[in-house]
Design a protein around this ligand. Sequence first.
Ligand SMILES: C[S@@+](CC[C@H](N)C(=O)[O-])C[C@H]1O[C@@H](n2cnc3c(N)ncnc32)[C@H](O)[C@@H]1O
Length: 383
Amino acid sequence: MPDPTRPAPDGARLARIQRRFGEFATEYAALPLYSTICRHVALDAETASLLLAARPGQARPVLWLAALHDLVLRNPDLPAAQWYPSVSGASSGSVGDPWLDVRRTALTHADELRHLIATHGTQTNEVNRAVYVAVGLAAATADCNAVPVALVELGASAGLLLGVDRYAVELTSPGRTDHLGDEASPVRCSGEDRADVGAHLAAAGARLPAVRGRVGLDLDPVDLASGDEVRWLEACLWPEVPGRVERFRAACDLLRDDPPTVLRGDMVDDLAHTVRFARTRAGRDAHVVVLSSWAMTYLAPTRRLELAATLDALAGDVSRLSWLTAEPPGCVPGLQEPTVDVEGDTVLGLQRWRKGRALAPAVLGTCHPHGTWIDLLPALPHV
Ligand SMILES: C[S@@+](CC[C@H](N)C(=O)[O-])C[C@H]1O[C@@H](n2cnc3c(N)ncnc32)[C@H](O)[C@@H]1O
């Protein structure tokens, strides 16, 4: 029964929300749990109306789904929880229709869900992106691999990508697998290597450099020591993608004892300060590698230009500076990007300054946004 003490919901807004659930169900039909839930919520005003609590611009089905995921992660005995592989540990959810359990759980805990929805936004930190970051880092450091690196990530979230060299990264192609990072690591990242870049890196003896300082910068950093913050980040993952939650948990566990520092701040305004901070950690002679992965896409075009100009100015004071970007096409000033549609929507770019001089920018290729496959030039610059 609708709660009579609450003001009547804005009908047009609720209709829009329900439409979005329907669209999500169609777009992600390959996800049995989430598409089924969304198909039902699209037709169920009472559960859909929980999303009316969202802050302006945040009323998206993924926020509703994250709030419910957070609830079942905290309460594994709730009826809905059995349908979540991330809770049950099963490789897939139970067979059948989860809706009655999900609806009952959502409505019994409606106030809690509304509170989560009103106070949170969705956030991600995708560990398997270490696949393209590792190849990019090998390329960025190919001309100076023995020099320790100060790794700076813009839009770092919890800083999980700053641990890239501590993960086992597998590049797989028919008949062979190449490795980067720590082969014995409990964090296993893997990507299909569509253009044999792994074989090329192996032939060139390329490997990851020693990382001496790891510093992230984020408007809203996630503290690996906070159970609530880490669980929310996990709740924003889709529970039914095999291996994704497990990899996330393994990375958090590995980095928790010695976590990368993630400063709170804006990636343009606070960039110079963050680079200075990283150099105090790694030493002034360190090679500064600035990384952005699915972060510059959130900046306005003018801010992206300011970011590029700030890095160019910093290069006067840093003898080796590299800028590795994994962003949708059109986000990174200076890159000559493919003009055709980019499969995977992620372009890996590399810009470098050596002794203050800018080298030619390079587009290394394209990737799946979660590193599931990479299609990167076998002839990486100077490898
Ligand atoms: C999609 S997440 C990507 C996180 C991580 N780089 C990854 O690839 O897994 C984007 C991150 O950028 C951060 N962000 C967005 N705009 C920012 C800004 N202007 N300055 C700093 N961080 C920002 C968000 O808070 C969020 O943590």
